[in-house]
Design a protein around this ligand. Structure first.
Ligand SMILES: NC(=O)c1ccc[n+]([C@@H]2O[C@H](COP(=O)([O-])OP(=O)(O)OC[C@H]3O[C@@H](n4cnc5c(N)ncnc54)[C@H](O)[C@@H]3O)[C@@H](O)[C@H]2O)c1
Length: 244
């Protein structure tokens, strides 16, 4: 690992207190970055060296206040990783209350748009930067089985489409956006569905979930100059699940 790849860089991670968010924070710190974890909970349990900032990405005002605070006395660009996300717990579309559909789209899609816009404006004003959005194999590669999660799957397909759209709009201003689509990862997001884990693993070619650290390594790559020619790409890392 290059411990200097992000020296002098600032990176904000939404959902930074979550399973994948914390792994990304640890990885980027190990590579020299200054890291801010933006989350609505869990900020008291962050890895050493991570600055926790309370933020609800359902609220444009909350996001705007965080962005203003980050630039209050430091003009260096703040790169962005969108890792916040929620999933409905195995709900058939035919029975899903519209409020539940709205809640998932609200965090996973609307929230990503709000943060991309707020952070993207500042990056454009400073000549560029990088944004990585965590989508999912559930967006474009598979429909998960056996659980039903139509809102989540839809939101993640849209995150990839949004990433591509913004990559084209902002690419000429030096802002690179890319999406990372993991398969199953061992984090609290999946713990409620423990009875399904064996079914999921059966179809992963390598027979196991990804670790949060493996996801973090790919995020670090997309965020870094090593990925300079990646513009609006979706990287799929699913252990071969979608091939079966
Ligand atoms: N775990 C997996 O198997 C898996 C697979 C593919 C993609 N993903 C995606 O990776 C990302 C991270 O997932 P994870 O496994 O770390 O989940 P997680 O539940 O451990 O973490 C998600 C974090 O998002 C935060 N969050 C939710 N709503 C928020 C809001 N309104 N404002 C601010 N923060 C909010 C939560 O507080 C939590 O800390 C998500 O986007 C998820 O969809 C996860």
């Amino acid at each position: 690992m290059d411990t200097t790849r992000f020296t002098d860089s600032r990176v904000a991670i939404t959902g930074g207190a979550g399973g994948i968010g914390q792994a990304i924070a640890r990885r980027l710190i190990a590579e020299g970055a200054e890291v801010y974890a933006l989350d609505r909970r869990g900020l008291d349990k962050l890895p050493e060296g991570v600055a926790g900032i309370e933020m609800d990405l359902g609220s444009p005002a909350s996001v705007a206040a965080v962005v203003a605070g980050l630039y209050a006395d430091d003009d260096r660009p703040v790169h962005l990783v969108n890792s916040a996300g929620i999933v409905e717990d195995d709900v058939a579309a035919i029975d899903m209350p519209i409020e539940q559909f709205d809640a998932v789209i609200g965090v996973n899609l609307r929230g990503v748009f709000i943060t991309c816009q707020a952070f993207g404006r500042e990056l454009i004003a400073r000549g560029g930067g990088a944004i990585v959005n965590i989508a999912s194999m559930s967006g474009n590669a598979v429909v998960n089985f056996p659980q039903k999660q139509s809102a989540y799957n839809t939101s993640k397909a849209a995150v990839t489409a949004l990433t591509k759209s913004l990559a084209v709009e902002w690419g000429t201003s030096g802002v690179r956006l890319n999406a990372l689509s993991p398969g199953y990862v061992d984090t609290p997001l999946n713990h409620l569905k423990a009875d399904m884990h064996d079914i999921w693993k059966r179809d992963v070619v390598v027979g196991r979930f990804a670790t949060p650290d493996e996801v973090a390594a790919s995020v670090a790559f997309l965020l870094s100059d090593d990925a300079k020619y990646y513009i609006g790409a979706e990287l799929l890392m699913d252990g071969g699940y979608s091939l079966r």
